[in-house]
Design a binder for this molecule. Sequence first.
Ligand code: GLN
Length: 247
Amino acid sequence: MTESHLRIGVIDPEVLGTYGDTGNALVLAHRARSRGVDADIVMVHLDETIPADLDLYVMGGGEDTAQALAAEHLRTSRAFSAALARGHAPLLAICASFQILGHSYTDAHGRTVAGAGLLDCHTCPQGFRSIGELVSTPLLDGLTQALTGFENHGGATQLGPDATPLGRVKAGAGNATDASERVDGACQGSIVATYMHGPALARNPELADLLLARALGVSPGSLAPLEVPFVADLRAERLAHSQVNTP
Ligand code: GLN
């Protein structure tokens, strides 16, 4: 990053773009530019080595077979993985990306695929799909507002001790429906992972600004306030739809 120039990487949009999660990069770029920070979106494709020197990364959701290609890509992009393991830059991972950043996932056909091992978690098939609105109370420091998204996944993810959940579920399934306490997502080092599509950052500007602030090396409170009325309306409408009364 130069003084006021942020480079946002979108990893493997051709296989992790099924659910519109590339929109997260658009939200980040818009919120950066609105604060006077120039932002470029860098599409990183399957046949390229993932650059290790970008400032912020996003990865989206995808189908079981497609996400196996992305898992292989992560495993072979060693400099990127090493940089992430050091906490070099924030990474937002959605659904399939959450799963492939873990130690392994087993798909709906019983095939087990090795993940990047950057998140302490494993994913196994639930035998059904969790589809619908997902609302949680944030557990990550710096977040105060309810998290809202849309989930659509057949995998259930168990976290190990090195990962902490992003939110406590108030509506929807989150990581696993059979857990004694339902949670969504995982946070470990500079990685934030979640089952929320939406795109998640269009619905959760506080999370977008937390990631931006981390990428810029500033505190979230130092970013100029940015109210987008449409976003406030969207949040209110979605939270009302989930019949969850949250701030
Ligand atoms: N294929 C994975 C699952 O169904 C991830 C789906 C997604 O990214 N929405 O669990």
